[in-house]
Structures are given as C-alpha cells and as structure tokens.
Design a protein around this ligand. Structure first.
Ligand code: COD
Ligand code: ATP
Length: 200
C-alpha cells in the first residue's frame, strides 16, 4: 500500500523548496497550485464559471485568466475568495485524486500531496500523515515580498487569507523549520524521510 503524505505550509513558507528536494530524491509530488492552474485553462468548466462570475475584465487579451488581477480582487474581498474557492476547489480535488490514483497504479510507495490549504479546507482525511513547512511570520512576509515583488500590504492581504502558520504547528505530524538555511531544511527533511521510512 502506498503511503499518502500531505505537505503543507503557508504562502511562501517553503513548500516548493521542500517539494523540489523530494522530487530530486525520486518522490512523486502532486501540487495543488499546479492543479489550480490546470483546471482554469481556457475552455475548462471552472474557467467558464470564473468568467461568468468575475467578468471578462479579469482576462488577458489572449483570454487566459489574469491571475494578478484576480488575486487583487479575491485577496481583498473574502466573499469573492470563497466564491473562487467554491468554483476551483472541487476541480482541484478531482485532478489531485486522479493523479494520486495514477501514481499508486504505477507502483509508487509514497505519494506526496502538496496542498497549501490542507488544514483550512479540512482535507487531512486525504492523507495519512502531514508535514508542515514552518517559518516565522516576519521571514514569511519578507520572502513573499521579495519573491512576488509585492508591497507589504499586498503580501499581508495574502497571508491573512490563511490560518497563521503558528496555529498549524499543533495540527501537523511533523514540522520542518525553514527559518534557517536551505541546507538546514534539507537535513531536517532527510531525518524525517528516514524516521518515517519513506520510499519513492
Ligand atoms: C487567486 C489566484 C488567481 C492568484 O494566482 P497567483 O498565480 O498569484 O498565485 P498562486 O496560484 O501561485 O498561489 C500562490 C499561493 O497563494 C495562496 N493562495 C492561493 N489561493 C488561495 C486561497 N484561495 N486562499 C488562501 N490562500 C491562497 C497559496 O499559499 C498558494 O500557494 C490563484 O491563487 C487562485 O486561483 N486561487 C484559488 C485556488 C486556490 O485555492 N489555490 C490554492 C491551492 S488549491
Ligand atoms: N531556507 C530558505 N532560505 C532563504 N530563502 C528561502 C528558503 N526557503 C525558501 N526560500 C525562498 O522563499 C521563497 C518562498 O519559498 P517557496 O517558493 O518554496 O515557498 P512556497 O511555500 O512554495 O510558496 P507558495 O505556496 O506561495 O508558492 C522563494 O523565493 C524561495 O527561494
């Protein structure tokens, strides 16, 4: 039986950094952010609903979704964010489940589901164990502003749309502290892989 593990954190906490380390070791990682992009490609059901609800002003000239514009709307209006979630999340869950089944059929021993909103959306029933990638709020803010070229208020609006990372600590089976160097993070991940006897 494959071991299904949930990898979570907060925006810019370092999930992709950890997920890339896992992929380099040969693990299968299924990424909810990628799923959320795939299911809103032009012409998909979720795409049509988004255009219906948010209007054509959230589209680029080539008709693809202008994510920056949609982000500005949903991270400043909770009702709009919940509306977007209600359109996108069911399709994301289906996409991830299909990918997971594919990986299991291919004989994978571990499948990692990288889901930023794992706790907020009560999705822990999908996984056996959870790993939290944790950083202090100040570092999270700084890394987010640098990575996305966001102003402080833009970055804070996005962070406020999620459960504070410190509140996720007690909900996770294991915590990787990503406040330090990438190397320190890699060491913690390696220990966890050994401890949980994870095999790709
Ligand atoms: C609002 C959108 C268009 C902004 O796109 P953008 O390319 O700027 O960001 P991206 O999708 O790469 O997300 C970056 C991070 O933002 C955070 N985030 C994204 N959506 C949400 C949300 N609805 N609630 C809280 N945090 C979110 C996550 O930590 C995510 O890792 C996009 O995030 C989106 O469609 N969100 C709704 C779907 C969703 O909940 N995705 C998260 C995983 S399922
Ligand atoms: N230990 C670290 N030291 C310095 N910078 C780091 C460290 N870990 C991650 N970063 C940087 O912080 C930013 C956020 O990391 P990453 O993209 O891995 O986060 P994430 O949780 O996947 O974010 P999101 O869910 O928003 O996509 C990136 O620019 C990354 O290069």
């Amino acid at each position: 039986m494959a071991k299904i593990i949930g990898l979570t954190g907060g925006i810019a906490s370092g999930k992709s950094t950890v997920s890339n380390m896992l992929k380099e070791k040969g693990f299968t990682v299924i990424d909810a952010d990628i799923a959320a992009r795939e299911v809103v490609n032009v012409g998909e059901e979720a795409y049509k609903k988004i255009v219906q609800e948010f209007g054509e002003e959230i589209l680029h000239e080539d008709l693809s979704i202008n994510r920056r514009k949609l982000g500005e709307i949903v991270f400043h209006h909770e009702d709009k964010r919940l509306l977007l979630n209600s359109i996108v999340h069911p399709a994301v869950r289906k996409y991830m489940n299909d990918k997971k089944e594919e990986a299991i059929s291919a004989g994978k021993k571990s499948v990692i589901l990288d889901i930023p909103l794992l706790f907020e959306s009560n999705l822990t029933y999908l996984v056996e164990k959870t790993i939290l990638v944790f950083v202090e709020e100040g570092i999270q803010l700084k890394r987010l502003m640098e990575r996305n070229q966001f102003s402080e208020s833009e970055a804070k609006a996005r962070m406020s749309a999620q459960m504070p990372l410190k509140d996720k600590i007690s909900l996770a089976d294991a915590v990787i502290d990503n406040n330090g160097s990438i190397n320190e993070t890699a060491i913690q991940l390696n220990k966890l892989i050994n401890c949980w006897e994870m095999i790709p």
